[in-house]
Design a protein around this ligand. Structure first.
Ligand SMILES: CC(C)(COP(=O)(O)OP(=O)(O)OC[C@H]1O[C@@H](n2cnc3c(N)ncnc32)[C@H](O)[C@@H]1OP(=O)(O)O)[C@@H](O)C(=O)NCCC(=O)NCCS
Length: 166
C-alpha cells in the first residue's frame, strides 16, 4: 500500500518502495529464489502487475533499503492483525555492499518502525532452516524460534517471533 513510514538505523535507511526500484528488486529477488517460499522466476510484467496490486492492497508495507543513498535491497511488514504483523521479504544485494550485518541493521530498523511507529506489538517470520545467513540475522535481532514446519517440497521452515519491549 502507499505509505510514508521511514527510518534509519546505523548504516541503512528504510523508505517506502517506489516504482523506480521495482526492477532492481525483481532482478535481485530472481537471484535468490531459493530463499523464498514463492520461488518462481518473476518477469518484468509480473513485477509491474505485483507493484500496482501492492499499491491498492491494505496492510502491506514494502520498504526500499538504502546505504549511503544507494538502493541495496528491500524488506516488508504485512498481514497486521490485532497488533501482530509478519516480517519478511528481506533481501540485500551483497554485490553492492560487502560489509557484513547490513541485513541485521535492516531487520532492527524495520522492527523499530513496527514497534514504535506502526502500533505493532509482535512480529513473526518464517525462514528456511538451510538459510544460515538469514537465520543468524534474525537470532541476532532478537527473534526466537516458536516452531517448525515443512513446505510443500519437504524443506524445513523455522517459525520465529519477537515481541515489543515495553
Ligand atoms: C539474509 C541477508 C539479508 C543477510 O545479509 P547480511 O546482513 O549482509 O549477511 P552477513 O553477510 O552479515 O551474514 C549474516 C551471518 O551469516 C553468516 N553467513 C553468511 N553466509 C554464510 C554461509 N554460507 N554459511 C554460514 N554462515 C554464513 C555470516 O558470517 C554472518 O554471521 P556472523 O554475524 O556471525 O558473522 C542476505 O544474505 C540476503 O539478502 N539473502 C538472500 C535473501 C534471503 O535469504 N532473505 C531472507 C529470507 S527469510
Amino acid at each position: 500500500m502507499k505509505h510514508d513510514y521511514s527510518g534509519t538505523f546505523k548504516r541503512v535507511s528504510l523508505l517506502p518502495l517506489t516504482e523506480e526500484y521495482i526492477e532492481n528488486l525483481r532482478l535481485l529477488r530472481n537471484r535468490h529464489r531459493e530463499c523464498f517460499v514463492f520461488s518462481g522466476e518473476i518477469s518484468h510484467d509480473a513485477q509491474v502487475s505485483w507493484y500496482n496490486n501492492y499499491l491498492e492492497k491494505e496492510n502491506d508495507y514494502v520498504f526500499s533499503v538504502f546505504a549511503e543513498n544507494i538502493w541495496i535491497g528491500s524488506v516488508s511488514i504485512y498481514n497486521i492483525s490485532k497488533g501482530i504483523g509478519e516480517f519478511g521479504r528481506l533481501i540485500i544485494d551483497k554485490t553492492l555492499l560487502k560489509e557484513k550485518g547490513i541485513g541485521l541493521d535492516t531487520t532492527i530498523c524495520a522492527c523499530d518502525l513496527a514497534f514504535n511507529h506502526m502500533g505493532i506489538t509482535e512480529l513473526t517470520l518464517q525462514v528456511y532452516e538451510s538459510n544460515i545467513p538469514a537465520h543468524k540475522t534474525y537470532l541476532k535481532a532478537g527473534f526466537t524460534e516458536t516452531g517448525r514446519e515443512c513446505d510443500s517440497n519437504g524443506k524445513t521452515l523455522i517459525n520465529m517471533a519477537i515481541k515489543k519491549h515495553f
